[in-house]
Design a binder for this molecule. Sequence first.
Ligand code: FES
Length: 235
Amino acid sequence: MSDQAHHYAVAREIDLSRVREICDQYRNISPEEALMPVFQGIQEEYGFVNEAACYEVAHQLNLSPTQVYSSLTFYWIYKWRPGGKHRLFLCEGSGCYTTGTTRLRRVVEERLGIGAGETTFDGKITFQPFSTCMGACEWSPLVELDGEFYGFVDEARMNQLIDELNRQEYDAADQLAAPGSDAQYALVAPAPNSGDASTANVAQISERAPSLTEYEAEQTAQSGPQPNSGNADTR
Ligand code: FES
């Protein structure tokens, strides 16, 4: 897991002086244009954008707090609260809903023991379903895990993703043996019929549908360089 993801796990407050610095980077464009990159900058550093940051952004960009808040909450990608080290998002838009997302939510809730918008007690995983389309209906049901998109997810696939999280966090033998360690609180039960070796699950994951990033990289590799795909500065 990246350092950034770990940072998400510990960040609970946002340094407003840092928010001011981020706003300063976009003084040369209009406040409305600056909003998105400012939100992105804050979220990249802290993993979320809270109310205090919203007010500071409004003050710095000379916008109303309502304007800032409505822009922020319009986009599902921005998080309002600090979350767990891992972030598991489930699309429950109409496209995904009709292809089985309800069953996926049941798998997550049963295995993680948390509901929508909640974080496991050890701060490892935040689960967030979204009722608005995440923009890739052709891949439905769609899941985002730690910034990576996974398409055509069925119950077995969801179990595998959770198995993989479990392996990342708890499979070190010394941790498993240590009373009181994180591993004692292994956040999820083994998936039904998933076998005993997590490595088998990892292998299965790679054999199934690739993430969107992998898919796009594969398409690019197959089609070769695209016209006008060079540096934007050269246009
Ligand atoms: S409804 Fe899920 S990606 Fe569109």
